[in-house]
Design a protein. Structure first.
Length: 481
């Protein structure tokens, strides 16, 4: 008979259960929170790790080490390739060659072009009388002294403020309606003038016929014309390549349509329908029209990839010392459009030189008026309009454009040579007051020449010597005792 296990009391059963119950957290996996409600088991540090688990851990560590080594090798390989490309090390035919790449070249000037400009060429009747040679006229002496200055430039421009209407337009005449002899053109050509400005308030003095004939005579002697055109197929814009630097040039004159019932006119003389299409004009009352037209020309210049933009403006108020409000407003607007040089005429006196800055930082050189280069507006003749002698004074402005090895082109040098019209026993002569020694100028009246020089340098203002100094040019002698 099987022996039965003694029956335990309830108290023994209770004690036995309490002693065999596992301790709280003993051998148990708990969880701790991680971001995004992610939970992972946390092994109790006292939990026993079996040998198989240790082996797997060793394999994982070994694999991770191999990956780290491979990653380091890849980084070293990439660094080596970069070094080869950077330093220029090449391998050819088993030889290692080192090609040293040159550093970026510093900006340097590779080309230059100098543009010369001078003021009004006006043939008053006394000048014709003084230079009559038989039935014709010889103006060689007029330009004999200044010609070398003209010829220093690569391109020389003068404002021809007369018309060449020929005998068909009547006798030769002076102010107020100029009909001048053709012989002025070969004299200009021989002196070194390449282009004449033909948009000014006297361009219609002998009507449409005289306007067109003037261009024909210039063509005959190989002088270009800017501001008017022979056919509507021609552009007012002139582009020219000087020593590998391409200039785009324009010329405009003010018109007087506000006095002629809105019809375009010059000096109150109506322009014919044909002439309206053949001369570039603007009106102070319609400047938006002018700006729109100029912007079209600028866009065309950009399309042609010109290197620098130049505009000649026949504007301002006669005999005024300073530019008027229209001139300064228009000059700033033209600067903002991207013109590099603005050169003015019409006041018959020199007005200041200035440097303007556009909205984009673009710099523009502006000479508001060049004054007279040749005229009979002598101070004894100009009372009361201008008895101070300023109408005797002129100048040649030489602007040098520099082209750099990176393709940039800048107007980086300016030289202004004062001129003075002297009347001596041989007639009228334009004297170049170049240099600091007035006794070398060759003037018959050196003291009047010195006075003219001082007047001109005084009127140019402070911006001229300041600009030269900023570009490392020599100091300008602003006054001669």
């Amino acid at each position: 008979m099987a022996q039965r296990t003694p029956k335990r009391s309830n108290e023994e059963i209770r004690r036995n259960r309490e002693t065999s119950r596992p301790q709280r957290n003993s051998g148990r996996r708990d969880y701790e929170p991680y971001p995004d409600d992610y939970r992972r088991p946390v092994r109790d540090p006292q939990e026993r790790v079996r040998p198989a688990q240790k082996k797997r851990r060793k394999k994982k560590k070994k694999g991770a080490g191999v990956l780290v080594v491979l990653l380091i090798l890849l980084l070293l390989l990439a660094a080596g390739v970069f070094f080869v490309l950077k330093s220029g090390i090449l391998k050819r035919d088993g030889e290692v060659q080192t090609v040293v790449k040159p550093l970026p070249e510093a900006p340097r000037v590779v080309r230059t072009a100098t543009l010369g400009s001078t003021g009004d060429i006006i043939l008053h009747l006394p000048i014709l009388y003084a230079h009559q040679a038989g039935e014709d006229y010889d103006f060689t002496y007029v330009f004999s002294d200044v010609a070398p200055v003209y010829q220093q430039t690569d391109l020389m421009v003068a404002n021809l403020e007369v018309t060449l209407g020929g005998p068909e337009s009547g006798e030769y005449s002076g102010y107020p309606g100029f009909n001048s002899p053709d012989s002025i053109v070969p004299a200009l050509k021989n002196a070194g003038v390449d282009i004449c400005l033909t948009a000014n308030n006297h361009s219609n003095d002998t009507g449409t016929y005289g306007m067109m004939r003037t261009l024909d005579v210039l063509d005959e002697y190989g002088i270009g014309h800017l501001g008017s055109r022979e056919t509507t197929d021609e552009h007012y814009l002139m582009t020219t390549n000087i020593n590998g630097i391409r200039l785009g040039m324009l010329c405009y004159t003010y018109d007087t349509r506000e006095y002629t019932e809105g019809e375009k006119s010059l000096n109150f003389n109506y322009l014919s329908d044909e002439a309206v299409q053949k001369i570039a004009t603007f009106n102070y009352e319609y400047l938006d029209e002018f700006y729109a037209d100029v912007q079209q020309q600028v866009d065309y210049m950009d399309m042609l990839n010109v290197d620098a933009k130049v505009i000649y403006m026949h504007w301002g108020t006669e005999y005024e010392d300073d530019p008027n409000g229209y001139q300064t407003e228009m000059a700033q607007r033209l600067c903002d459009m991207g013109f590099d040089v603005i050169i003015g005429s019409h006041p018959h006196v020199i007005q200041r030189f200035d440097t303007l800055t556009g909205a984009d930082g673009h710099q523009t050189l502006c000479l508001y008026s060049m004054g007279n280069e040749l005229s009979n507006q002598r101070k004894e003749e100009m009372d009361p309009e201008e008895p101070r002698g300023y109408t005797e004074d002129g100048l040649v402005i030489q602007v040098t454009f520099e082209k750099f090895n990176n393709g940039d082109v800048k107007a980086n040098a300016v030289n202004i040579i004062p001129t003075w019209v002297e009347l001596d026993g041989n007639g009228y002569q334009i004297m170049a007051l170049d240099g600091s020694d007035p006794w070398s100028w060759g003037a018959a009246d050196p003291y009047s020449a010195i006075d003219s020089y001082n007047r001109t340098l005084g009127r140019l203002g402070e911006a001229y010597p300041e600009f030269r100094a900023s570009k490392g040019q020599s100091e300008v002698l602003t006054y001669i005792e």
